[in-house]
Write a protein that binds this ligand. Structure first.
Ligand SMILES: *Cc1c(COP(=O)(O)O)cnc(C)c1O
Length: 411
């Protein structure tokens, strides 16, 4: 018996659902890569990336996944033998650090916990010890997709400043850009990077780097530079240089369309949508956890991310639940990875997600918990809809009273 034969719903924390308009935008013949429409499109994408990262720095587009952006960030700014400090909060900053090691950098890890955000005090204390300033860069993620934590980027910057340390501050926003606020310049981030396939609603295959003035200065003397990633080469006049070779034409069409959708909604609108839907997920999961068989991975409610939620199933194999959701219902949710592999599931709620997608996913998981007799508090879905109803009712009341006071002012 199956209920899966309808439109499949993908709720992975990447890659995420690509809007039909974006897929259709790709379905075009190739065009001239040296002049005309494509050249203008590149310029507009690079400019819009600045507003999305909220920076006046330089932006770059790579025909690569997020790992490519990691390599671009390191190779453009650092030299063999430099030390980088990796802030652990799950899997992803650690992966970036492994890459740094293979590039010939010394990698030091500020140990963290899979269930917590990076501790800003521990960062400050470590940097104060480094009086010789051996550490040249600090690598962190804004949202760690493996643990579902959000790190407090301004607090980490404040810790670096309190220690008076000059290291470059580099932030991976692959699972957070366009989902939650990110203000590169205002927050003192020297380099930020992201990927196309999560909050940016584009197929996997493009990644983005934004470099501030201090990163560009470090670039001038970095000796890990290689031609493919090199910012100087990519800032050359000829259009092909911006991609160091043939531009990924149809991917650029897709990305342009996704940017148009995002900018039409407005970044604030996208952030609010992600926040409300994430609150609905957490309201629901919070009720489920009351029967003792399920837990939030992230312990402090204030550091739970708005783009992904990791739920642990202590002592129970989560594969049956994921298989039920997928095979019987047509919903794909993520498995846990890294140190917590096999111990829970991940609900992705980022990018092209709306209320029916999220509520449908929660209802389906709740159905799975019931059908498989996994103990869970009753009424999770109700808590999710109640939360959204309250939030929307308040918002309508606010816009209603704003309209009334505007009307009153006109009288
Ligand atoms: C997905 C992800 C990556 C890796 O991106 P790829 O495109 O798979 O290389 C890196 N960092 C974070 C935070 C991610 O969520």
């Amino acid at each position: 018996m199956t209920l899966a034969n309808g439109r499949k719903i993908l709720m992975l924390p990447g890659p995420t659902t690509v809007p039909d308009e974006v897929l259709q935008a790709m379905h075009r013949p190739a065009i001239d890569i040296r002049e005309g429409e494509l050249v203008e499109m590149t310029d507009r994408c690079l400019a819009d990336l600045k507003s999305i990262f909220d920076t006046t720095g330089d932006t770059f587009i790579y025909a690569a996944n997020g790992h490519g952006a990691w390599e671009a960030a390191l190779s453009n700014t650092l030299s063999r033998g430099d030390t980088v400090l990796v802030l652990q909060s799950g899997a992803f900053a650690m992966g970036w650090g492994e890459m740094a090691g293979m590039l010939g950098l010394n990698v030091e890890v500020l140990p963290g916990d899979w269930r917590k955000a990076v501790d800003a005090n521990a960062l400050e204390a470590r940097l104060r010890q480094d009086s010789g300033h051996a550490i040249k860069a600090i690598l962190t993620v804004q949202i760690d997709t493996a643990s579902s934590v959000i790190n407090d980027i301004p607090a980490l910057r404040a810790a670096i400043d309190a220690a008076g340390h000059p290291a470059l501050f580099m932030v991976d926003t692959i699972a957070s850009l366009a989902c939650v606020p990110f203000r590169m310049d205002a927050w003192g981030v020297d380099l930020a990077l992201s990927g196309s396939q999560k909050g940016l609603m584009t197929p996997p295959g493009l990644s983005f780097v934004a470099a501030g003035a201090r990163a560009m200065k470090a670039h001038a003397t970095a000796n890990l530079r290689t031609l493919y990633w090199d910012w100087t080469f990519r800032q050359g006049e000829a259009h092909y240089k911006k991609y160091c070779g043939t531009p990924p034409v149809q991917m650029i069409f897709a990305f342009r369309k996704a940017l148009d959708l995002l900018l039409a909604e407005g970044l604030d609108g996208a952030h609010t949508r992600h926040r409300l839907l994430a609150e609905a997920v957490r309201a629901c999961v919070g009720v489920w956890t009351k029967a003792g068989a399920l837990e939030f991975n992230i312990l402090d409610p204030d550091t739970r991310a708005n783009s992904v939620t990791v739920v642990l199933t202590p002592g129970r194999d989560p594969a049956r639940l994921r298989d039920f959701c997928k095979d019987t219902c047509g919903l794909t949710i993520g498995e846990t990875i890294g140190e917590i592999a096999g111990t829970g599931f991940r609900i992705g709620h980022m990018g092209h997600v709306n209320a029916p997608a999220v509520l449908g996913a929660l209802a389906t998981i709740e159905l799975g918990l019931s059908a498989l007799s996994i103990p869970h508090g009753a009424g999770g879905l109700q808590a999710a809809t109640d939360h959204l109803a309250n939030a929307l009712r308040e918002e309508r009341a606010e816009t209603g009273s704003a309209r009334m006071s505007a009307a009153a002012a006109r009288l």
